[in-house]
Ligand binder design. Structure first.
Ligand code: NFS
Length: 637
């Protein structure tokens, strides 16, 4: 249950609940209540429905059968269920990455004329990573070779050669460890398929062998995410610090409001461009402030990072923007989009528009997006928004006047650039020095989702404030970033209010040297969920600078509200790369003592990382801080 019955820390949620009641719409929170009590077997991960002899369920307390019909015990069942989730997460992230890589290829071949490569430097950096020489080649030629080399991570058949986007992005010592453990993927798709094959009825029954395959798939997830982020930067620009706003107050009564929801920047970038181009049409329709693009979920993070587009909200409250009655179109692509939006749009004038063949929603209109005709699709969509605006019912408009300032755009490159203000020759040195002298105790990356199982955003905010007080540098992506953005923690004022003295001094010194009027924000917004790899690139740079592996750094991760299979995959690669990783929601594995022990304990011997499961945010902060302290001790600092 949610703490003290409070469903969200976001006051907009409370403000709009009566509107949902009025239009007769059940929100995610209502639907969660209707599900209670949830199935105890499912929560423990002990229900197997992989074949039609089932569903079989094993009571781990020994009360009832101890095996499924095929003879699978609880450890086999839990491990299979878990790694199927990891495979799904890896498939989702890497499909996103594949789209970006294929688009890069299409651009280089002249089949996607609307796109340009906005950040050539980033393309050159990508070329270096995938071993493409740039000497004497045109940008197009380089783009083509980079895209092809990247797509090999989806097609390589030689199992002895690891995915290049993994191999070249972690410290050499980590790579050796991963290869030795046999968990370095050679081909993202093959590894995902392997999980489906080995979990088919009557195949792998050894829980540890299954979990090792899960680690490999998690690293395939990492690979897909890494290449997605880097190539997106080449296409659309590497984020730089930008100031914008978050929460429903960013919706404008006198504008055509178009929400972009989902994940992939391939279309949303064009929606932003076209919004500027078609402003006059909106004004002519009566929208005096033109077209206002707002972000939801991780597409929101993508366009916030690169263009300063304001964020309306994060995952769990994605039904709220429509409930304001002032969103004229919501455009979605893939992942984390609630199917309920199809029903909700019936209550308002909003056009819900799906754009990808792999994601259609009953009730939505479908305008299929193709890279070859990106701008044309974007124009069609924006015009649908303008038409819908004309049908907007002013009597139904109810926009909560709440929003917070957000300073975002902290890519690894942007952080390095800020540090150059302190040491132009060796920008990482001031960061390392401040970690070594203890002014910065360590680093925590907040990632992952929202869930109805806890009070929305609360654990993020509580843990962050606790750790900031103890001088821990805070990074965030995805819905965690959304939580902090809405709560006003991505501001210099938050640093003034909540950072411990030495952390505040460092953030102020960096901020001033970078030409800001004050400190860097308390929590640095590193982007969307796929951008978690930005934090790894920073950690790898730090590890290489100090000359240690990732599992020696005082760097931890926290996913206080994880729920999606993507989050399961991310959490698993975080521990595989060596980071202590906190989950604030009990993972569905407790039915197996073997799986639980491997994840929270034994894995440490193989990768150096481990899961910390703690649902109480204050206790979680203490455990994360202890993990940081322990790492410092081991490093002798
Ligand atoms: Ni990532 Fe969770 Fe989804 Fe983004 Fe949010 S729910 S796993 S943070 S929007 S992907």
């Amino acid at each position: 249950m949610t703490e003290k019955g409070k469903i969200s820390c976001d006051e907009c949620v409370n403000e709009l609940m009566p509107v949902a009641r009025k239009v007769g719409f059940d929100t995610a929170w209502d639907r969660y209540e209707a599900q209670l009590p949830q199935c105890g077997f499912g929560l423990l991960g002990v229900c197997c429905k992989l074949c039609w002899k089932g569903p079989c369920r094993v009571n781990p307390l020994g009360d009832g059968p101890d095996r499924g019909v095929c003879g699978a015990d609880v450890h086999t069942i839990v491990a299979r269920n878990l790694i199927r989730g990891i495979a799904a997460g890896a498939a989702a992230h890497s499909d996103h990455g594949r789209h970006i890589a294929k688009t890069l290829l299409e651009i280089s071949e002249g089949h996607a004329p609307d796109y340009t490569i906005k950040d050539e430097n980033k393309l050159y950096k990508a070329a270096e990573k995938v071993n493409v020489s740039v000497q004497g080649k045109s940008v197009n030629q380089i783009a083509k070779e980079v895209a092809k080399a990247t797509l090999e991570d989806f097609s390589r058949q030689d199992e002895g050669i690891p995915c290049v986007w993994l191999d070249k992005t972690v410290p050499a010592s980590r790579m050796e460890k991963l290869s030795r453990a046999g968990v370095a993927p050679h081909n993202i798709d093959a590894v995902v398929a392997d999980i489906m094959a080995r979990t088919h009825v009557g195949t792998d029954a050894d829980p540890v062998n299954l979990l090792l395959a899960g680690l490999k798939a998690a690293l395939a997830d990492y690979t897909g995410m890494y290449l997605a982020t880097e190539l997106s930067d080449a296409l659309f620009g590497t984020p730089q610090p930008v100031v914008t706003a978050a929460n429903l107050g960013v919706i404008k009564e006198n504008a055509v409001n178009i929400a972009v929801n989902g994940h992939n920047p391939l279309l949303s970038e064009f929606i932003c461009d076209v919004a500027l181009e078609l402003k006059d049409e909106a004004v002519k329709a009566g929208a005096t402030e033109g077209i206002n693009i707002i972000g939801v979920c991780c597409t929101g993070n993508e366009v916030l990072m690169r263009r300063g587009i304001p964020t309306a909200t994060n995952y769990l409250s994605q039904e709220l923007p429509m409930l304001t009655g002032a969103v004229d179109a919501m455009v979605v692509d893939v992942q984390c989009i609630m199917p309920s939006l199809g029903k909700l749009q019936e209550c308002f004038h909003t056009e819900l528009i799906t754009t990808m063949n792999s994601c259609k929603i009953p009730g939505a209109k479908h305008i299929e997006f193709h890279a070859a005709t990106a701008a044309e699709s974007a124009r069609k969509i924006v015009r649908m928004g303008i038409e819908a605006y004309k049908r907007r019912d002013p009597g139904k408009v109810n926009i909560p006047q709440r929003s917070s300032t957000v300073a975002g755009g902290f890519s690894a490159e942007a952080i390095i650039t800020a540090l150059e203000g302190l040491d132009a020759q060796d920008p990482l040195k001031p960061l390392v020095d401040n970690i070594v002298n203890g002014n910065i105790q360590g680093v925590t990356l907040f990632a992952g989702c929202n869930t109805t199982k806890v009070t929305q955003d609360m654990a993020y905010i509580t843990i962050a404030k606790e750790l900031a007080k103890k001088n821990v540098l805070l990074l965030a992506t995805g819905c965690g970033a959304g939580a902090f953005a809405k709560a006003g923690l991505m501001t210099m004022e938050a640093t003034e209010s909540f950072a411990g003295e030495s952390l505040k001094a460092v953030l102020t010194a960096i901020g001033k040297a970078a030409g800001l009027s004050g400190p860097l924000p308390l929590v640095l917004h590193m982007g969307s969920c796929v951008d978690n790899t930005r934090a790894v690139s920073l950690a790898t740079a730090l590890a290489n600078k100090i000359g240690v592996d990732l599992d020696k750094l005082p760097v931890v991760a926290s996913a206080p509200e994880c729920m999606s299979e993507k989050a399961v995959a991310i959490g698993t690669w975080a521990v595989t790369l060596g980071f202590p990783t906190h989950l604030g929601v009990v993972p569905q594995v407790l039915g197996s003592s073997v799986v639980t022990d491997v994840l929270t304990n034994k894995l440490k011997d193989i990768t150096g990382g481990y899961f910390i499961v703690e649902t109480d945010p204050t206790a979680a902060a203490a455990k994360l801080y202890n993990a940081i302290k322990q790492r410092r001790q081991e490093l002798g600092i």
